[in-house]
Design a protein around this ligand. Structure first.
Ligand code: ACG
Length: 453
């Protein structure tokens, strides 16, 4: 199984309004097959006032810019008929401040007041998030409410069993609509405020228990349901959530390879493969990048080195994910105040114009005729995209990698070497991240070569 993250607005336009949509995704099945991906993750497709969609207005309606519920179901059908699974992004932690629940709560209406978290006297209302300078508490009409992702997205209070029941209803609804599973957004934030102490604190055990119950419900409806968590934290913390949910994004993989390749030494890759890819009770999900970070091609600027990245990604165990456009070398530098830079429309054509091309924003990082388009990448021999396709073919020929693990990780300064096995089958990988010849364990490696023995 190979995953592919799609930012819906930016992918493919099926109704000539310049905005990517469900129809555009259904129209792209041949592309998915060509590049070898068979598990699509859609970023939030619900009704929402923002371009990113993570602040939801209605969990039961698709964003009208992307199509109707009928269009959504048609897309799911087309994907399924072509052997492609689909998971939806589910931000259960918060809603939009324009959601009817929050509006009712602001008016003091029951039961909605208890759907949210309100300040008490001993709370520190000036406290900021631990990773940046954003405030946790927000004031409106002299009422203070909690919103870890800002005032426009108040957190839901899951100490209230009624709120939890709403979450279960949402899970049921979308599984009934035919989706194969979920990407659980902000999984470590469900309980991240200590109301006794009046300060921020992750309650990991309580969060894991929450997800376990959500998964029990999802599995009772579909025993094959697939879910992946977003827990952007140390590998040891990620483990705890992954055990309950069954799969988790391995942020350390993305970070370690980026760092190793820019610094010219594989040490971080060695540390990452040793720490995160041993035998586990869950599936690990390594990925090229996502919509919250600078794009791979803007960090690892050498295409040859990026080919090595794909070699590591597609020989490692679990479920690899490609962020749409990374396969053609899309660029974009993450700016927390302007996140649009990393979610530019996928350039289908060298000229950036033609059927299906999305246009909702102008192109800042991915210009016409810059070599970064599906058209140019498919027509050039030895392009990044052609290499990605070779690696996804390799992956398909080795489906056992899904349940494999890594053993015996070794390295010198430029070469990383590891065995991948499922207990029955296996191979050894040697990858040279440098632009010169290397020798490791008596084996010669060309510049940027990934060798499988
Ligand atoms: C998700 C989505 C994101 C979305 C939301 C809210 C959550 O992908 O698009 O925002 O629905 C934190 C959260 C994540 C969140 C990101 C954006 N992502 O935990 O759930 O912010 C540290 C912190 C992390 C933090 C990260 C951010 O620990 O918690 O992620 O910084 O940079 C090592 C360390 C690790 C450290 C990293 C980076 O890996 O181990 O701990 O992470 O280094 O330093 C959307 C929009 C937003 C909007 C919001 C409402 O994109 O613009 O505001 O919705």
């Amino acid at each position: 199984m190979i995953g592919y993250e799609i930012f819906v607005r930016s992918f493919s336009d099926g109704n000539e309004d310049g905005i990517g949509d469900f129809k555009g995704i259904a129209n792209s099945v041949e592309y998915f097959k060509k590049i070898g991906v068979d598990l699509i993750w859609l970023t939030p497709h619900f009704k929402s006032p923002s371009y990113h969609g993570y602040d939801i207005l209605d969990f039961y309606s698709p964003n009208p810019s992307f199509g109707s519920m009928e269009d959504f179901k048609e897309m799911v059908d087309v994907l399924h008929k072509n052997g492609i699974k689909i998971v939806i992004d589910l931000p259960l932690n918060h809603v939009s401040d324009r959601h009817p629940w929050f509006k009712a709560a602001m008016k003091g209406e029951k039961p909605y007041v208890d759907y949210f978290l309100w300040a008490k006297e001993h709370f520190d209302l000036k406290e900021k998030r631990h990773w940046d300078e954003e405030l946790l508490w927000h004031e409106r009409n002299e009422k203070w409410y909690y919103g870890v992702f800002g005032g426009s997205s108040p957190d839901l209070n899951y100490d209230n069993p009624e709120t939890f029941n709403e979450a279960l209803k949402i899970i049921d609804f979308w599984l009934d609509a035919g989706v194969d599973g979920f990407r659980f957004d902000a999984a470590k934030h469900i309980f991240d405020y200590d109301v006794e102490k009046g300060s921020f604190r992750y309650a990991h055990d309580k969060n894991v228990d929450f997800w376990q119950k959500i998964m029990d419900r999802a599995r009772s409806k579909n025993p094959e349901v697939f879910a992946v968590t977003e827990v952007w934290d140390d590998p040891e913390i990620v483990d705890r959530y992954a055990n309950a949910i069954g799969c988790s994004f391995n942020f350390y993989f993305t970070e370690a390879i980026r760092e190793s390749m820019t610094h010219g030494s594989v040490y971080k890759i060695y540390d990452c493969f040793s720490r995160t890819m041993g035998k586990k009770p869950y599936k690990v999900s390594n990925f090229t990048g996502n919509h919250d970070m600078t794009r791979l091609a803007s960090i690892i600027t050498s295409e040859d080195q990026r080919k090595v990245f794909y070699g590591l990604l597609l020989t490692a165990p679990g479920i690899p994910f490609i962020f749409y456009g990374d396969e053609v070398g899309m660029r974009g530098i993450y700016d927390p105040f302007f996140t649009e830079d990393v979610i530019e429309p996928l350039p289908w054509y060298a000229s950036l114009s033609g059927d299906g091309q999305a246009f909702w924003k102008s192109f800042k990082y991915n210009r016409a005729f810059s070599g970064v388009s599906v058209e140019e990448q498919l027509s050039r021999e030895n392009s990044l995209l052609r290499e990605v396709i070779n690696w996804t073919k390799f992956r398909k020929e080795n489906p056992w990698l899904l349940d494999a693990w890594v053993e015996d990780v070794r390295h010198n300064t430029f070469v990383i070497s590891y065995s991948v096995t499922d207990g029955n089958r296996g191979f050894r990988v040697l990858a040279n991240i440098a632009g010169h010849y290397e020798q490791f364990d008596g084996i010669n490696l060309k510049p940027y070569e990934v060798k499988i023995i």
